[in-house]
Design a binder for this molecule. Structure first.
Ligand SMILES: NC(=O)C1=CN([C@@H]2O[C@H](COP(=O)(O)OP(=O)(O)OC[C@H]3O[C@@H](n4cnc5c(N)ncnc54)[C@H](OP(=O)(O)O)[C@@H]3O)[C@@H](O)[C@H]2O)C=CC1
Ligand SMILES: O=C(O)[C@@H]1CCC=N1
Length: 265
């Protein structure tokens, strides 16, 4: 049995615990730490998983998944340093934080794998990108891939690409939610009831996402197929181009990448 402890059961930590249970792990194999007692009690009630202190998690777990905000990492590393050994695998989900930070602060030889997942984990559709640190072996990478495969898809990337990955797929779901929110607002502007606008847009998003996932065509071909000559769509596209939506997207994702780099300093 591999015991997995999630340090920081917030949004992504809870999503991972829920996903691992759905993927077939038993609650006995899982632990978590959480500094809000009410959140800890809620998680134990809901999933039957035990909440423990960081030091106990470090002693009992084979895999420690760090899911606190990057700004909160310092006390976690201080608590882990005397408690982890080279047999414990540390998996960091934290934006920006390099494996070298963990390697510097933890005992020599502790294996570290950096992962950037995303919240569609809650529906088994995460996109996770993983990068091994200096002491992580192929076996460690395989174990992390196996864990994350139960909550979505996994790719391995060089660690130098992790800030870009964070900006693209880590934050990516937020961009889609933002777009959906704006499109629902447009429905309200055009006089549709909110419930109708929501249904129209959410199902259009689900359908478009399935087409993107299943089709071998480039997204531009899929868009062209919707854009009839002298029709409605091209009028909307002209407005999007006029307002610089593509350039805004490039700038937005570059800004997210820059923030990830900054968090790692
Ligand atoms: N949300 C997302 O979509 C994604 C997040 N990530 C990464 O995951 C990490 C967590 O993000 P997210 O889940 O959004 O953040 P949250 O703030 O929701 O979750 C972190 C939780 O950990 C708690 N915490 C902080 N320090 C400790 C500690 N020492 N011991 C126990 N618990 C602690 C926090 O408490 P408190 O509320 O008091 O701070 C909070 O409840 C971040 O590093 C982020 O970069 C990665 C990919 C996607
Ligand atoms: O916004 C953040 O910093 C985190 C990392 C990627 C998604 N959410």
């Amino acid at each position: 049995m591999t015991t997995i402890a999630v340090l920081g059961a917030g949004k992504i930590g809870e999503a991972l615990l829920a996903g691992l249970l759905k993927g077939g792990r038993s609650a006995d194999e899982l632990l978590f730490t959480e500094r809000h007692p009410e959140q800890a009690a809620r998680i134990t009630d809901r999933y039957g998983i035990a909440g423990v202190e960081v030091e106990e998690a470090a002693k009992r777990a084979d895999v420690l998944v760090v899911a606190v905000k990057p700004q909160d990492i310092d006390p976690v590393l201080t608590a882990l340093a005397p408690a982890v050994g080279p047999g414990t695998l540390v998996v960091s989900l934290c934006a920006g934080l390099p494996t070298s930070l963990y390697e510097r602060r933890l005992p020599d030889g502790v294996p570290v794998v950096r992962v950037m997942p995303n919240t569609p984990m809650v529906v088994g559709e995460a996109m996770s990108a993983i990068s091994p640190g200096t002491h992580a072996t192929a076996g460690h990478v395989a174990l992390v891939k196996e864990l994350l495969s139960s909550v979505g898809q996994v790719i391995e990337v060089p660690e130098s690409q992790q800030d870009a990955v964070t900006a693209l797929s880590g934050s990516g779901p937020a961009y889609f939610f933002y777009l959906v929110e704006a499109m629902i607002d447009a429905g309200i502007l055009l006089g549709l009831p909110r419930a109708v606008a929501e249904k129209l847009i959410v199902q259009s998003a689900v359908g478009a996402a399935k087409m993107l996932a299943q089709s071998t065509e480039h997204p531009v071909i899929l868009r062209e197929a919707v854009t009839s000559p002298a029709g409605t769509t091209i009028n909307a596209i002209r407005e999007l181009e006029k307002h610089g939506v593509r350039a805004a997207m490039l700038d937005a994702i570059e800004a997210a990448r820059d923030r990830s780099v900054e968090l790692g300093k």
